[in-house]
Design a protein. Structure first.
Length: 200
């Protein structure tokens, strides 16, 4: 490996270390309390080093936000090959909840922290988030074309289904399921989605 390649790899590794530290701090301490110095301390580098890679913590936040939604979108795409639209929609809900279980820090940053909505409203830009919601609406529309959700407005159906799976995901990552034994969680989630499926 040449000097140029080694330098590029070191830059990439440093950038990833900053993002990883920031994600943990945003999740543990809340966006408002995290400073660039705090991120620097977490990885044991000078704050000046952090500024070589990111302008401010907003830029770090949006990089993480976009990465989270990109990964989330790929998770949702993984069920698109299911032919039956009702089964696909149920699998879509399962994939949503599984993402929250697998990536709780990202889910918190994307859907629970108040910061995203405040900052997104300032920037008027949320391409990564919008396409995930559009995919949900596409799956619902195709289920409607197959005879489900008769007489229900598309936007109402999308909002209702999103709220349902978001509620389950939020209860999980905020540790509000103490009354549910760990071994019962997956069957319970599957049962909840089946219950919703019967309402279709």
């Amino acid at each position: 490996m040449g000097a140029k390649e080694r330098k590029e790899r070191q830059k990439t590794e440093m950038r990833e270390a900053i993002l990883s530290a920031a994600l943990k701090l945003f999740s543990d301490d809340g966006y408002d309390t995290v400073t660039m110095r705090k991120i620097a301390d977490e990885i044991e580098y000078s704050v000046g080093t952090i500024y070589l890679y990111f302008r401010d913590k907003n830029e770090i936040f949006f990089e993480l936000h976009n990465r989270g939604f990109a990964e989330f979108f790929q998770k949702q795409l993984s069920v698109q090959n299911i032919e039956n639209p009702l089964e696909r929609l149920t699998a879509h809900g399962t994939a949503y909840i599984q993402f929250a279980i697998d990536r709780p820090e990202y889910y918190d940053l994307m859907f629970i922290s108040r910061t995203p909505s405040k900052e997104i409203n300032k920037n008027k830009h949320w391409t990564e988030g919008e396409r995930t919601y559009d995919l949900l609406k596409l799956n619902i529309r195709q289920a409607m074309e197959a005879g489900y959700f008769k007489g229900v407005d598309l936007e109402v159906a999308a909002f209702s289904l999103w709220s349902f799976v978001h509620g389950i995901a939020s209860l999980f990552i905020r540790d509000r399921l103490m009354m549910v034994p760990v071994e019962s969680l997956k069957p319970l989630v599957a049962g909840a989605l089946k219950f919703l499926e019967r309402a279709y």
